[in-house]
Design a protein around this ligand. Structure first.
Ligand code: PEP
Length: 269
């Protein structure tokens, strides 16, 4: 199932962390360490207020920017929201359906679908997060949960938009807990996701779509996930704020990308 030109994506989700000064310092250090690393695409995903200054810091480098969320609509009376149209000049990616938004802020499958459409219509690549709660895994309905999330989110997605999509498998119980999924479970779900995409959109698009793993990825455990045949990089939360760890994860992904996929940074751009 490994496609030669599926470039791994390592994305650092800073969540609601960093001051303005910390954000600029992190962006500068990551630029120094990671600009031009081949075989991987590296995205920084800071909080909204730091997107423009971080974009300026990264300008001209190979590092790209993402946003953590976007509104369901492009413009209007929606106090406090930020639209994909507003993000598009600065970001390549936008996370939609992160479990913290689904479970702590009540974001429904329908809202996630609308946000995904907003991202696509504004030229952003959505990183669609899917994943089951611990009780859903314990009840044996992990795949059914992920399938429901995929079905809703991708209901109105056209085949020609699938190539831009990234799907992040993030078991909710693994996020921020220091207790990652086993590589076997991550591979099994990534494979399940790819097969679902194949059934709906065909083999070529299933081969092209990138499926990340996320949930307590750090520099020690990253390689096991990055080498899985159906996993194309990682969505990293906590460790993305640690310069040593995140740099190491990106470099490892680059090594995997170069050795297993034969890709260079240029292929993803
Ligand atoms: C995340 O926020 O998407 C995430 C995976 O967090 P962490 O790496 O801290 O588990």
């Amino acid at each position: 199932m490994r496609q030669a030109r599926r470039v791994p994506l390592v994305a650092g989700n800073w969540k609601m962390h960093t001051t303005y000064e910390e954000a600029l310092r992190l962006a500068g250090v990551f630029r120094e360490r990671l600009d031009g690393v081949d075989g991987v695409e590296c995205a920084l995903i800071p909080p909204f207020p730091w997107i423009v200054p971080v974009a300026e810091r990264l300008s001209g480098s190979t590092l790209v920017l993402g946003a953590q969320n976007c509104a369901t609509i492009d413009e209007g009376a929606l106090t406090g929201e930020v639209s994909a149209r507003m993000l598009a000049p600065f970001c390549r990616y936008v996370i939609v359906g992160h479990s913290e938004r689904r479970h702590q802020l009540g974001e429904s499958d329908e809202m996630v679908a609308a946000k995904l459409q907003a991202a696509l219509r504004n030229g952003l690549a959505p990183i669609l997060c899917v994943g089951e709660l611990l009780e859903e895994r314990d009840q044996g309905i992990a795949e059914a949960t992920v399938e429901r999330q995929l079905l809703h989110a991708l209901r109105n997605v056209q085949a020609d938009q699938v190539r831009r999509l990234v799907i992040a498998y993030e078991p909710v119980w693994a996020i921020g807990t220091g207790r990652p999924a086993t590589p076997e479970d991550a591979q099994a779900m990534a494979r399940f996701i790819r097969q679902w995409v194949e059934a709906r959109f065909g083999a070529a698009l299933a081969d092209a779509v990138r499926v990340q793993y996320g949930g307590s990825v750090n520099a020690r455990n990253a390689e096991a996930f990055l080498r899985l045949p159906d996993v194309d990089g990682a969505l990293v939360g906590g460790a993305s704020l640690d310069v040593e760890q995140f740099s190491q994860i990106v470099r490892l992904a680059g090594e995997v990308g170069r050795s297993e996929h034969g890709v260079t940074a240029v292929d993803s751009r």
